[in-house]
Ligand binder design. Structure first.
Ligand code: ZN
Length: 221
């Protein structure tokens, strides 16, 4: 869990220059059943490590996965994003003392404008739900799980997912539904996920599906 390297970065939307921690690979000790990484050490560090995968401008709240490097926005995109950020309700409420999950919400808002795939928008919401869980923000955790499910279902319809990405996405829809208490829905998605597995090397996912199906069945009873 090395110390953070900081570098100056310029916001591609408002041009503000600030010091941003650069994302670093982290050490994990396995994953939870919704693929949330488990870290050695303190839980508060865990939320910070997940959040460090994003960069958010402290001036206008523009956010993205990774860094601002190589981000080239057109004049129109910048304008649209600026407007969208100003109008967003959650950003308005939480901007002055931003909770750790806010960067993910902002990256989702900006990602919609930048035409990110539904799968990637869903991933931002999934990660936001992990941060909320680490921070014990349960109502927000559920909100983001629900949003992740919606994006993942849209991804199955629109993104042309194949192979591992398809199977993992279908599984996650099941697991997030299970966590939200929709056990029958979860069971259907676990069956769907299992049907999509064709390639080698997904034994871990097959194990996870059968384990979580068993759990959902018990909970549905
Ligand atoms: Zn900015």
């Amino acid at each position: 869990m090395g110390e953070l390297r900081q570098a100056y970065t310029r916001c591609p939307v408002c041009r503000y220059v600030f010091r941003a921690p650069s994302p670093r690979p982290y050490v994990t000790i396995g994953r939870e059943s919704d693929l949330c990484p488990k870290f050695p050490g303190r839980v508060s560090d865990a939320a910070r490590l997940i959040t460090n995968e994003l960069t958010m401008c402290p001036a206008c709240a523009f956010a993205t996965a990774g860094t601002f490097e190589d981000l080239d926005l057109t004049f129109d995109e910048r304008h649209d994003i600026e407007e969208r950020l100003k109008e967003d309700g959650l950003l308005r409420v939480f901007r002055t003392s931003p909770p750790p999950w806010l960067a993910f919400h902002s990256a989702e808002v900006c990602g919609k404008d930048r035409g990110l795939r539904a799968r990637d928008l869903g991933d931002l919401c999934l990660r936001a739900s992990w941060v909320c869980r680490k921070e014990r923000e349960h109502p927000f955790e559920s909100t983001f799980q629900l949003r992740a499910i919606r994006y993942f279902i849209r991804a199955l319809e629109e993104d042309g997912l194949v192979g591992r990405e398809l199977s993992v996405t279908a599984y996650l829809i099941g697991e997030l539904n299970r966590r939200l208490g929709n056990h029958r829905e979860a069971l259907n998605w676990f069956v769907n996920a299992e049907r999509t597995i064709e390639e080698e090397g997904l034994a871990w996912l097959e194990r996870l599906i059968s384990q979580q199906s068993k759990l959902a069945k018990e909970q549905a009873a």
